[in-house]
Design a protein around this ligand. Structure first.
Ligand SMILES: [Zn+2]
Ligand SMILES: [Zn+2]
Length: 411
């Protein structure tokens, strides 16, 4: 039962040309009559959970809060989501990020699950993987495509909205080990872009993660930063914040938590780069809505105080060159990525289901080549022959909005 490799998923491997900047296609100018891109930063107490809803209704849940918040999170998802989540991302296998996921999946379901694939020996994580293996169609890691290993993985969410994974990059690059917390350090870091606006979602990234990102040719600028590790004092280094230049920063933490999150030093560093800070412990659920030009943030689940910030992002590729480290850092070992998912009972293998992703059910994924007006099945031989940049559509409906079916594979 092997975990689906993204090579077979053919996810939006950008940048087939070595030496040429990789990145998603330039987003179309968002029109004023489309729905906004919305990100709900839920109030889950001491933990993280955020829901992305794209203008076309694609949904991505990033983390599922601590166990204490599971009923609240499931109830909130039921009111916001119709049908299964298109993608669930577990940034890393800590309990304050995964504790509510099983109930969330039971409440609304999910088509795909992605986590870093970093091995973590906890019962809660093992149980979650078991549940995911049985209930979610595709289980995958954010691994670069072997054919274009220096590019980034980008997932199209329609209307020019893209979610690009910046870290980790195993097996192309080893996981970070020997850090303050290796699980935190290998958090999935993703940049969500829409027009001139962006959200940088960094899980519990550590200073080592930030340094690794800074060593690579990446555009880290963002409109909104989901602050690392609940505002802990080690993360959100001055160098990282200087590169990210956030206009607004959201800290997900519990009221009167035991960790002293957010740390005073972190708040000072955010202030020093001019970021307006919102905190779930004080502001409740923070709802951020982007029209592609500005981001409007509201407290208390969208009913509270209003903050409008300019996008400030130059649309274009996030990878400013082949994504390789600038220089290697001393003292780093390597660990092998985990590629097995243990399910508690035999049954349909998620990897097997995923390797012929629900094309037969019209669920995709489908792939479009840059400069073309058509989309293909991910198994189409035309794709194997082409070195053009690719865009992934999570389902047929999304593909049809932007392109027509190819004549060769009749997707
Ligand atoms: Zn955490
Ligand atoms: Zn953590």
């Amino acid at each position: 039962m092997s975990r689906l490799r993204l090579s077979s998923f053919l996810a939006l491997l950008l940048a087939a040309h070595p030496g040429i900047a990789a990145g998603p296609p330039s987003p179309p100018t968002p029109s004023t009559d489309t729905r906004p891109l919305t990100v709900h930063f839920f109030d889950v107490g001491q933990g993280d959970a955020a829901l992305v809803i794209s203008p076309t209704g694609k949904t991505v849940l990033i983390d599922g809060g601590p166990p204490e918040a599971r009923e609240r999170l499931a109830a909130r998802l039921r009111t916001l989501v119709t049908g299964p989540l298109d993608l669930v991302i577990l940034t890393h296998p800590h309990l304050d990020h995964l504790g509510g996921l099983t109930d969330a999946l039971r409440a609304v379901g999910a088509r795909r699950f992605m986590d870093p694939g970093f091995n973590h020996p906890s019962e809660a994580y093992r149980d979650l993987l078991g549940f995911v293996g049985e209930s979610v169609g595709q289980v995958m890691n954010p691994e670069p495509n072997p054919a274009t290993p220096d590019s980034l993985l980008t997932i199209g969410l329609g209307e020019g909205v893209s979610l690009t994974v910046l870290w980790p990059r195993a097996p192309k690059e080893p996981f970070l080990v020997g850090t303050r917390s290796d699980a935190n350090s290998n958090s999935i870091v993703a940049k969500l872009t829409y027009g001139r606006t962006a959200f940088l979602l960094v899980g519990d990234a550590e200073p080592d993660t930030e340094a690794a990102l800074l060593q690579r040719p990446l555009d880290l600028t963002t409109t909104v930063l989901k602050v690392a590790h609940h505002g802990g004092r080690h993360s959100s280094t001055a160098a990282f914040l200087a590169a990210a230049k956030p206009q607004a920063a959201v800290i997900s933490c519990g009221a009167k938590n035991d960790y002293g999150h957010p740390a005073r030093e972190t708040l000072e560093r955010l202030d020093a780069v001019g970021a307006h800070v919102l905190r779930t412990d004080r502001d409740g659920e923070v709802v951020a809505a982007s029209d592609g030009h500005t981001v409007t943030l509201r407290a208390n689940g969208g009913t509270g105080a209003l903050l409008v910030v300019p996008g400030g992002i130059t649309p274009g590729p996030i990878a400013l060159g082949p994504v390789v480290p600038g220089h290697s850092r001393p003292g780093r070992g390597t660990v092998e990525p985990r590629d097995e998912v243990k399910a508690p009972s035999p049954g349909t293998a998620p990897g097997e289901r995923g390797s012929t992703p629900a094309n037969t059910e019209g669920q995709g994924p489908y792939v479009g080549l840059k400069g073309s007006k058509v989309f293909h099945r991910e198994t189409c031989s035309t794709l194997k022959r082409s070195k053009s940049e690719r865009t992934l559509f999570l389902n047929r409906e999304a593909a049809l909005r932007e392109r027509r079916p190819a004549e060769d594979c009749h997707p």
